[in-house]
Write a protein that binds this ligand. Structure first.
Ligand code: NAD
Length: 334
């Protein structure tokens, strides 16, 4: 049985990934600072080590000698309300950078055969994402660097860590830049949830004829990739010799208001969107409306070229599947 490690397996993508690897017949060890909220331990792994990966001693214990693949997904992260307010910058940078430094060093020491690192589209320069309808997120546009958040800067730094360990110590790495991954069994409330989960929750909670808030003017654009397609893309990437960095995302771009309307239509309700920004937002929340860049969409040319495959599921299909799960959660809480 080949042995794999999923760091951050107590989280959304890591939990789904670990579950898939276990089902494929791998021995799976997860390490995370918290248990998975929605998946049982024996559903996703053989061993779950609850520990703080910012501590090098924990990493030493977690990474074993005969590791076939290690997936590094642990990061201090969340949606716009967590990353773009500036309130968590120091923690986000310190915690994630420490984890990545520890992991790269220990993976070389233990001769891990292959390491996957999940970077983020947030590392792309803000100046290429000012036009909502024409953002540029081609991999080669990363420099000169100008991410719009400290989260993005840390991702860029850590990409460089793994690539430097590849050059200097022959660490066999794969670096992917995820673009807004969503699906069931992820954070759906509490401030760390991403836009699809937030819209679907609001659509489920809001009464027919009511209204719900969308941050900003709603004309900012994004693309969203359903979790199953993300995991397929990761698997194909791991099986090539290409080390990246490469985008893993969808090219189907929507405005945030279109995303909200999609959620409302799926819920089958008549709900009005209330766009909240500027002073109205500050008066209500006490800080500036955290929006991120004006436009962002994955550019999949490089992935297509290197992997000979592309993601294809329409956004609406993933949104429907995610709504079914979030709607259940909302009803359970009532
Ligand atoms: P998530 O927050 O659900 O998972 C991250 C996990 O890391 C959490 O379970 C958390 O407990 C764990 N973690 C954080 N600090 C830790 C510590 N000190 N020690 C041990 N574990 C710790 O996030 P996710 O959406 O599953 O994202 C997984 C990875 O993909 C992250 O690196 C994230 O930056 C990256 N990413 C995600 C998206 C997305 O849309 N979901 C987009 C771009 C990049």
């Amino acid at each position: 049985m080949k042995k794999v490690i999923v760091l951050g397996g107590g989280g959304f993508i890591g939990g789904h990934l670990a579950k898939k690897l276990k089902a494929q017949g791998f021995f799976v060890r997860i390490a995370d600072i918290k248990q998975h909220e929605y998946m049982a331990k024996d559903e996703i792994c053989h061993e779950f080590m609850q520990c703080d990966l910012t501590d090098p001693r924990a990493i030493e214990e977690v990474i074993f000698e005969d590791c076939y693949e290690l997936y590094q997904l642990a990061a201090d992260m969340g949606g716009a309300g967590y990353i773009f307010t500036g309130l968590n910058d120091a923690n986000v940078m310190t915690n994630s950078a420490l984890i990545n430094l520890n992991v790269a060093k220990e993976a070389v020491k233990k001769k891990v055969q292959k390491v996957f690192y999940s970077s983020s589209a947030c590392m792309y320069p803000e100046h290429n994402q000012l036009d909502a309808h024409n953002p540029n997120c081609i991999e080669s546009s990363a420099y000169p660097a100008n991410p719009d958040s400290e989260y993005g800067w840390e991702k860029l730094f850590s990409e460089r860590i793994f690539l430097a360990y590849h050059r200097n110590f022959k660490l066999n790495v794969r670096v992917a830049r995820f673009h807004n991954i969503f699906g069931p069994q992820g954070t759906w409330k509490g401030g760390k949830e991403k836009a699809p989960a937030a819209m679907l929750r609001k659509a489920s909670e809001t009464i027919d004829g009511g209204n719900f808030e969308v941050w900003g003017d709603g004309l900012q654009t994004r693309s969203f990739l359903y979790i199953d397609e993300c995991l397929d893309a990761v698997e194909r990437f791991m099986h090539t010799d290409f080390i990246g960095p490469v985008n893993i995302g969808s090219e189907e771009m929507v405005t945030i208001n279109q995303l909200a309307q999609m959620a409302i239509d799926i819920a089958g309700k008549k709900i009005k969107i209330h766009n909240i920004a500027g002073q109205e937002f500050i008066d209500k929340y006490g800080f500036n409306c955290p929006l991120g860049v004006r436009g962002r969409r994955s550019d999949n040319d490089l992935y297509r070229k290197k992997m000979g495959w592309e993601v294809s599921e329409p956004l609406i299909d993933g949104m429907r599947k995610t709504f079914t799960w979030i709607d259940e959660q909302v009803k359970k809480e009532k």
